[in-house]
Write a protein that binds this ligand. Sequence first.
Ligand code: FES
Ligand code: FES
Length: 164
Amino acid sequence: MSDKMHVKLNVNGEDHEFLAEPRELLIYALREKLNLTGPHVGCDTSHCGACTVTVDGKSVKSCTMFVAQANGAEITTIEGIGNPGALHVLQESFREHHGLQCGFCTPGMIIRATKLLEENPTPTEEEVRFGMAGNICRCTGYQNIVKSILAAASELNASKEAAE
Ligand code: FES
Ligand code: FES
């Protein structure tokens, strides 16, 4: 008898069902079963944040969660927030303010930043640095990442005000 587990996930608005080994990590199910290769594996030890996704409204390093623990969850990956023809405000801001170099950390950075700005739409620079502390970048020195997030916050707030 198979000891695989039946897992259901809603990822970026689409339902998925599959069998998974009990020890299978969420990051590998996303990348290898669902072909969502935006979340990256930088360390596999919960240090870098490259694998960050949103699980039921919380930022989660998907290398730290078994896919079975996510059973029934709603998950958002970088693929779920924008596309090349219609970038999310944060994606556009990272592009405009040079918030990336190699781009390896960027999917995790941006997905984490979406939650940060939902939780705190008007963060100070210090709050951005604190809120992003679980995401590591080897290239940029962080200045432009912080600048990109602050600029995206201003833009989101300006469009909210314009809509009111
Ligand atoms: S791969 Fe998950 S934190 Fe680095
Ligand atoms: S842009 Fe290269 S690791 Fe962040």
